[in-house]
Unconditional design. Structure first.
Lengths: 176, 766, 295
């Protein structure tokens, strides 16, 4: 018997009616057409299907969609702002952190969750966060470098924003 | 080395934005209106007659639109070894019998995957199990069950390679040793499983199929045979591919049955394997037995080498016969072997078949030859790096009747390695060792087993009024980064930017044949074709520029930075964009085009060019658990002119990952033909914390046969990884192995055996 | 790719009381409790289990807690995720071994959604949390409507993938008593691939006397070497009352090894796992001793 599911995906609310056996990954890929999240295994071993739920990186293939009722989900499609790639995405490109790209969205979402929690991770912390992710193309080292680079870029962006805020505050403009 | 605008500079992946945003469509992601889902019913027996199949209950299930068995297929047989027609042994669905656990016997198309799966459960198959054979040594016995009755025996292919006088050389050698090895099967493990989406148009009788493949051309050929259609009525499109590594060359039942189901239903049909199907029914790296006999002078110089291989081919040929051949050639590289003999036998057995996985035959052979080399070095008291230096080839080296190295940097690679190892690892810890392995690998293959009448690579470019370039080729980017290399080569030749180029790759409708991504062929072969096409256009622009500039005929014009100008007087030139407009005006309004092609001629039997080098691995052994840690890897590599350093590094590191897996933990244990570990939970591949640091040093050479001097850059590094690791363990603690996969239990046993040997030896002394 | 194809009736509870009511109501039905569901999803995809009812307790927030007090020790509610335990400052401070264990459980993604209790209830003999909880003398509260019983951690799993939890019951809390003074505890698992399922694992707790010379108590628990996690009681006896040296540890290791009854698998034989268990006891015991000395 179908049940109602209310979730916000990439900022957009959705109301769906699904069989309870439906996994979160099926809701994303099949019901919402967000095929950026991939599946590479049937044993919860590869983390390719990783998305972010309420700030946590989770495996969407191993979660009943109804458990995510009322929560917020971010997928890889939710990172870029129009044509502007997220710094993590740009770092992955500039550091050749993917080849076939099939596991990439999972790696990127796990990176997003990591950097939201820990803005300056060490190499060990990066590896600990991404250890669940199988990649057959890269050998992982270039991915770790991309994540370090992403952390730097996010910090630079944050510093720039702080500077802008400071300037605005000093100039008295925009104060209400 | 020459300085280029684009070639040799780190260039981000042209498919980058698509891949990092989730926009990139892989076959598994694709849907079409009215699409059905296809699933295959597979044999539970390794060898059995099919007595009857009853699909009536399955057909009644609501949502099922078609159920087919062998008799419902066009019945064409296919294979990649079309040069020898009897080796076209694959079929869409088994007809009289099944030959391995997983051989498909029926297929269903339904409105959902779930319904298709349920329908499979309702199909009744009556099998008569037959005796089965799983090992090549058993398969060649007289009383062995026959896997293919229309063959005289279970011998699928043989290969003999010989030069010099091996027996005489052994008789005269100072030192001879013989070793036997058993090499395990391994799976390519592409993250995207085999997927195909077929759409047959009943009105035109034409088929379009999107499929996760490394060679749209191969798929087109095979489908034409399987479906008894004309090639030209079949369009194969390769979308983004989630990994290949040689496991997606052959056309598999997913593609063929998707097509047949689409023909039957008149609707698009998508077939996607489960991960366990991927492990159990798709091509893997061939398991084999090998025997090596090595003859040397006292100083470590090789005088004779004899190799025998018996490979576990499995139920069909695939590219396994080519792999058999290449095992016998790569094993000799990069050393001078004055006298050589190879006898390879590939047998049919009742398991899923082995084929052309990354390394294409180099991997098992090099494991044996290079671990044997270390033991020989020890016996003769020669340093392991020195023994490789002594035997390393020089430019121009020819293995009679087989191959010649034109660009050949192995000796400077070894010299550079010797210096760098001392700097990098001046001291090693207890239970640590450094292991070496030399290697060389093809840049695309020469032997035409596919029996194509076409040039091996072709490309077409069209330059539009605004200077944008459309580049067409069937060449396949499967993740290795060929799209980026293609754009770079085209842009460099025309003197423009990558942003000016639009790629149309991997689609047989574009008719510019390329044999696909295997044997590291795309950069050299497709690259040559692209450069050829671009140079034709460049010449047209140069001709017009020469006319307009009115310069002395002696001056050369070059294309760079979006201008055509005098090489010696750069200020005298014209804009590329203006010249394009002139050219189109002059050509009666027809856009500029160039069609290039490349087929190697008179370049021996294997390849026109070879990447090569030497690898060193520092590893540590835990004597109590048997755990081997690869701590650090150093590669010194001659890849000619590297086109994209980012892509080349990515390939080397990926090769090392797969090579370490081959050497440490990847295996395919079977019980009576049933794979025991068909999921990633049990088939172990290395994770991020298991990977060592990797340093790659470059010894650039210029390869005359490649575009801008380029040749293979990186598949070569998979073969040396496992042997270098095994050698590191040998150097660390003397433990010897005669099989790959250094699982902790195996290592512990070997360490204890070695310790017992040492204790016995020291007791004997007392 | 595989999905769950068998249908089931889905029931969700928002409180512990609701959950126990539902369990009472359905105790004769074919049901499964799902919290994080990390193991359940895979099992169902492979059609290893196909329950008629799924009782979802993921939303039972009144069981999602980690509390500590000096008298009663640590209390971990059934819905506390692996990640919450891993990141809990109080667990890090008082029972650091549990955080160390959590850092290597599966992957961050699994730990973010899966619960520590759910892992114990799955009862894989190699499950990581069992050995450290056993040596810490943890007790697991098993509740049903109107009743409660406390089960010592080492009695919780009764066989392969089977626990003492009966139909109508649910495990609600793990209680870890305060560590005895002068104690040190360590846990280690071995797998060839980092973070993988353990081939074998060992936890050792050592309590020293006031002079920090003699061992007054030792607890050793092993994972992956039997049908359930086991206590190596004979090995414990070899440590008690002794001044622990490398030789004493080696003897304990050998005895512990003999107490195991592992099963041969694809990755390794039973003999190797026996051997490995001994090696782990030796190494883990040495570190536990160091920690006891520093305590």
């Amino acid at each position: 018997m179908k049940q109602q599911l209310n979730i916000v995906v990439n900022g957009e609310p959705h109301e769906l009616f699904i069989e309870p056996k439906t996994l979160l990954v099926q809701v994303l890929r099949e019901h919402l057409g967000l095929t950026g999240t991939h599946q590479a295994c049937d044993s919860s071993s590869c983390a390719a299907c990783t998305v972010v739920v309420d700030g946590m990186a989770v495996k969407s293939c191993s979660i009943l969609a109804l458990q995510v009722n009322g929560r917020e989900v971010t997928t890889v499609e939710g990172l870029a702002q129009g044509k502007n790639l997220h710094p993590i995405q740009q770092a992955f490109i500039d550091n050749w952190a993917f080849q076939c790209g099939f596991c990439t969205s999972g790696q990127i979402m796990a990176t997003k969750a990591l950097l939201d929690e820990n803005a300056d991770p060490t190499r060990e912390e990066i590896q600990a966060q991404l250890d669940g992710h199988l990649c057959r193309c890269t050998g992982y080292n270039m991915i770790n470098e991309a994540v370090r680079d992403a952390a730097k870029r996010l910090k630079a962006r944050k510093d720039l924003e702080s500077q802008k805020w400071l300037q605005t505050a000093k100039s008295g403009k925009g104060a209400k | 080395m020459k300085e280029f605008s684009i070639i040799g500079k780190p260039t981000p992946n042209v498919d980058g934005p698509a891949k990092v945003t989730g926009e990139a469509q892989y076959t598994i992601d694709m849907t079409l209106p009215h699409m059905l889902y296809g699933k295959l019913l597979r044999s539970p027996y390794p060898h059995a007659k099919i007595l009857s199949i009853d699909t009536s209950e399955a057909e009644k299930l609501q949502g099922v639109k078609a159920v087919i068995t062998g008799k419902d297929t066009p019945g064409g047989k296919w294979g990649l070894w079309r040069r020898f027609r009897e080796l076209s042994d694959q079929q869409a669905l088994a007809t009289d019998k099944v030959r391995f656990i997983g051989d498909p016997v029926a297929a269903v198309a339904a409105t959902s995957e779930e319904i298709a799966e349920k329908a499979l459960d309702l199909i009744e198959v009556d099998y008569e199990p037959l005796p089965a054979v799983f090992d090549p040594i058993e398969a060649i016995k007289d009383d062995a069950p026959m896997v293919h009755e229309d063959f005289p025996s279970n011998i699928n292919a043989t290969r003999h390679i010989e030069w010099g006088d091996v027996d005489d050389a052994f008789a005269k050698a100072d030192y001879v040793r013989e070793d036997r090895f058993v090499l395990e099967a391994a799976h390519p493990c592409a993250m995207e499983v085999h997927s195909s989406l077929a759409s047959y148009d009943k009105g035109t009788g034409r088929l379009t199929i999107w499929t996760s493949t490394g060679s749209p051309y191969f798929v087109q050929q095979n489908l034409a045979e399987a479906l008894k259609m004309r090639e030209g009525d079949i369009r194969v499109i390769k979308p983004h591919v989630g990994g290949h590594y040689g496991g997606k060359n052959s056309t598999m039942p997913d593609a063929v049955n998707a097509a047949i189901l689409s023909m039957k239903t008149g609707r698009p049909v998508k077939v996607v394997f489960n991960r366990d199907e991927e492990f159990t029914t798709t091509e893997h790296r061939t398991a084999q037995h090998m025997a090596l006999k090595l003859g040397m002078k006292k100083n470590g110089e090789i005088v004779a080498f004899e190799v025998k291989a018996m490979t576990n081919g499995g139920a069909y040929t695939g590219l396994g016969a080519t792999t058999l051949y290449l095992t016998g050639t790569f094993i000799t590289m990069p050393y001078k072997i004055p006298n050589y003999r190879y006898d390879g036998v590939r047998t049919y057995t009742n398991i899923v078949w082995g084929t052309s996985i990354r390394g294409f035959g180099a991997v098992p052979g090099k494991y044996c030859s290079e671990t044997q080399l270390d033991r020989a070095a020890k016996d003769l008291g020669v340093d392991p790096l020195e023994i490789r230096r002594i035997n390393a080839v020089a430019p121009g080296y020819t293995a009679p009747g087989q191959y010649t190295f034109e660009s050949c940097g192995i000796q400077p690679c070894i010299e550079k390695m010797a210096v760098r190892v001392k700097e990098k690892w001046p001291a090693i810890e207890k239970d640590e060792g450094i292991g070496y392995c030399g290697f060389a690998y093809m840049s695309g293959g020469i032997f035409n087993w596919i029996d194509t009448p076409y040039a091996y690579s072709s490309a077409h470019i069209k330059v539009n009024w605004d200077g944008t370039v459309d580049l067409y080729s069937q060449a396949a980017d499967v993740g290795q980064g060929h799209n980026t290399v293609a754009a770079m080569i085209c842009a460099e030749e025309l003197g423009i930017g990558i942003e000016d180029i639009r790629l149309h790759m991997g689609d047989t409708a574009h008719a510019y044949t390329d044999l696909g991504a295997w044997g590291s062929r795309e950069t050299l072969m497709n690259g040559n074709a692209i450069k050829d096409a671009a140079s034709q256009v460049k010449q047209k622009l140069i001709d017009i520029a020469r006319l307009k500039l009115g310069e002395n005929i002696a001056y050369d014009l070059v294309a760079r930075n979006k201008r055509i100008f005098l090489e010696l007087r750069p200020e005298r030139g014209l804009s590329y964009y203006d010249l394009v407009k002139d050219a189109i005006r002059q050509n009666d309004g027809v856009p500029l085009t160039g069609t290039g092609h490349y087929t190697p001629h008179n370049k021996g039997m294997i390849s026109p060019a070879y990447g090569m080098g030497i690898m060193a691995i520092k590893a540590k052994v835990d004597r109590e658990t048997g755990h081997v840690t690869a701590r650090d890897v150093l590669v010194v590599h001659d890849s000619g002119q590297i086109i994209n350093p980012l892509g080349a590094r990515g390939q080397v590191e990926g090769s090392i990952h797969m090579g370490l897996g081959y050497g440490l933990c990847e295996e395919m244990p079977m019980d009576q033909g049933m794979l025991l570990n068909p999921e990633f939970v049990d088939y172990k591949i290395l994770r991020t914390r298991d990977m060592p640091e990797i340093e790659i040093l470059d010894v650039p050479t210029y390869e005359p046969n490649g575009p801008f001097g380029a040749k293979e850059a990186a598949e070569a590094t998979i073969a040396p990884t496992a042997p270098a690791l095994a050698n590191a363990v040998y150097q660390a603690c003397g433990a010897e192995f005669f099989s790959n996969v250094l699982k902790p239990e195996k290592v512990l046993k070997a360490i204890r055996a070695q310790e017992a040997k040492n204790n016995a030896a020291s007791q004997a002394k007392e | 790719m595989k999905t769950i194809t068998t249908d089931f009736n889905y029931l969700a509870a928002k409180t512990a009381e609701e959950a126990l009511d539902l369990l009472c109501e359905h105790k004769d039905d074919d049901y499964r409790i799902i919290a994080g569901g990390q193991s359940l999803a895979t099992a169902m995809k492979h059609r290893l289990i196909a329950p008629e009812y799924i009782l979802d307790i993921k939303g039972v927030s009144d069981l999602d807690y980690i509390r500590f007090d000096e008298q009663e020790g640590l209390k971990i509610g059934a819905l506390a995720t692996h990640r919450a335990v891993e990141k809990s400052p109080i667990v890090r401070e008082k029972y650091g071994v549990l955080c160390e264990m959590e850092e290597n459980v599966a992957s961050v993604e699994t730990r973010n959604w899966g619960t520590l209790m759910g892992d114990l209830c799955n009862a894989d003999p190699a499950v990581d949390p069992a050995p450290p909880l056993i040596v810490l003398d943890a007790k697991i509260t098993v509740a049903s409507k109107g009743e409660e019983r406390k089960v010592p951690a080492e009695e919780f799993a009764v066989d392969f993938f089977e626990t003492t939890v009966q139909p109508g019951e649910m495990a609600t809390e793990i209680r870890v008593p305060p560590l005895p003074p002068n104690s040190g505890v360590h846990f280690m698992k071995y797998s060839q691939i980092h973070g993988d399922y353990a081939l074998a694992s060992a936890a050792v707790l050592i309590t020293l006397d006031g002079s920090k010379e003699q061992c007054v108590n030792a607890r050793i628990a092993l994972g992956g070497v039997g049908t359930t996690p086991i206590r190596a009681k004979k090995a414990e006896e070899t440590l008690k009352g002794k001044k622990i040296t490398d030789e004493v540890l080696a003897e304990a290791a050998a005895v512990a090894s003999e107490e195991t009854s592992p099963i041969s698998g694809i990755e390794a034989s039973a003999e190797y796992k026996k051997d490995l268990a001994g090696t782990l006891v030796k190494r883990v015991g040495k570190e536990a001793l160091e920690r006891a000395r520093r305590a």
